[in-house]
Design a protein around this ligand. Structure first.
Ligand SMILES: [Ca+2]
Ligand SMILES: [Ca+2]
Ligand SMILES: [Ca+2]
Length: 160
């Protein structure tokens, strides 16, 4: 005669113990349990990443929260500034970049394209410049704008 209790215990050992083990492993890697390893998608290891699409190390201020590094996004420690890049498609444009005079592009992201007038030297006043030019806000003595001269040359440029 078969012992019912003994058969029942064997079945219990065969199915319940593996089931308990699977449950322990499952709970260990879900939000119900401990934090899983970085990159497991459970959201416990999310970092703020800052966008820098042109690689000039100035972010345009765009961010993402993610456990893994998205393309064109960097951690704060790898960037010079976390915002302020007014053209994140052009690495020559960012705060502190050298401004090119009056080219229609705001290289240093200060909100304006610097447009300082260029003056051409014509000391004797005959309408012909000797080729010396100067970039300054106000007209220096013996210098004239291009529109006032018959001829000018771009040989020498002096920044005031
Ligand atoms: Ca950038
Ligand atoms: Ca840029
Ligand atoms: Ca400019």
């Amino acid at each position: 005669m078969t012992d019912v209790t003994s058969v029942c215990c064997k079945r219990l050992r065969k199915w319940v113990f593996p089931l308990v083990l699977v449950l322990i492993l499952f709970i260990g890697y879900t939000p119900l349990g401990c934090n899983g390893p970085p990159g497991d998608g459970d959201g416990d290891d999310e970092t703020t990443w800052y966008r820098d699409a042109d690689g000039d190390r100035y972010s345009d201020g765009g961010t993402r929260e993610s456990e893994t590094q998205p393309q064109n996004y960097y951690p704060a420690g790898e960037l010079i500034a976390l915002s302020g890049d007014c053209d994140d498609d052009d690495p020559t444009v960012h705060p502190g970049a050298a401004e090119i005079n009056c080219d229609g592009i705001d290289q240093n992201c200060d909100g304006v394209d610097d447009c300082i007038p260029v003056w051409y030297k014509d000391q004797d006043g005959d309408g012909y410049s000797d080729g010396t030019s100067l970039i300054a806000e106000t007209r220096p003595s013996d210098y004239f704008p291009e529109s006032d001269l018959i001829s000018y040359r771009y040989t020498t440029v002096i920044y005031a």
